[in-house]
Design a binder for this molecule. Structure first.
Ligand SMILES: N[C@@H](CCC(=O)N[C@@H](CS)C(=O)NCC(=O)O)C(=O)O
Length: 217
């Protein structure tokens, strides 16, 4: 069985928990709180020197992080990862866009504005993240004006990757009313068979306590 170190408030962790759920792969969630400092814990760092979640232990003994790499790995051989090269190319472009242009702006604005407060001296950094996040949402909105799903005709891991922080953008101070095609697509994604929203997914998954998991590691 898979074991996923995940913070239930993290969109990156949600991506991985959702693809595990949609593909019916059994997993335990190790509840890992960034705010409580679990990712700084030397026992966790010994497993994952990058000190971030999501971090997935595979049934074959491997372990790795990086949410979008994990989406690709866990969707291999399923309809969530198309075999068609044109669709796959589009899918990869969206995954890289998500990590470079989307998540670093929207997720950081969300953490600062919704959870921790803006660190002292970071007002200008926040302003830049708001401008760049709004631009990234506009790019997504324009793309979705002409297609139902990001990588082609069907729902794929590209949609999961972008959904993760698009649906939380309001908590970062972005107004989704400015992006009507994004709003319509968010509804299409949440209508997918088997879809679970973030609270439901983490509430329903089998869980392991962080200290218990590390004691057993
Ligand atoms: N590129 C990574 C980013 C992962 C990431 O930044 N995770 C955050 C939570 S969303 C984290 O673990 N932060 C820990 C810390 O900053 O101490 C991915 O997509 O998985």
């Amino acid at each position: 069985m898979y074991r996923l170190f995940a913070d239930p408030t993290s969109g990156n962790c949600y991506k991985v928990a959702l693809i595990l759920h949609l593909t019916g792969q059994e997993a335990q969630i190790v509840r890992t709180s960034v705010i409580e400092g679990h990712t700084q814990d030397p026992r966790f760092r010994a497993l994952n020197p990058d000190g971030r979640v999501p971090f997935l232990q595979f049934p074959d003994g491997r372990a790795m992080g990086e949410s979008n790499a994990l989406l690709l790995s866990l969707a291999r051989g399923t309809a969530y990862r198309p075999a068609d090269p044109v669709e796959e190319d589009a899918l990869l472009a969206w995954l890289f866009f998500e990590q470079y242009s989307f998540e670093p702006n929207i997720a950081t604005a969300r953490v600062w504005r919704h959870f921790t407060g803006v660190p002292e001296g970071h007002a200008e950094v926040l302003a830049a993240k708001m401008a760049n996040g709004a631009h990234a949402l506009k790019v997504l909105d324009q793309a979705l004006e002409t297609r139902a799903f990001l990588a082609g005709q069907h729902f794929t891991v590209a949609d999961i990757a972008l959904y993760a922080y698009a649906h939380l953008a309001g908590e970062g101070g972005f107004d989704l009313n400015d992006y009507p095609a994004v709003r319509a697509w968010l509804a299409r994604v949440s209508d997918q068979p088997g879809f679970l929203d973030m609270p439901a997914l983490f509430a329903n998954a089998p869980t392991v306590d962080f200290d218990d998991a590390l004691a057993a590691a």
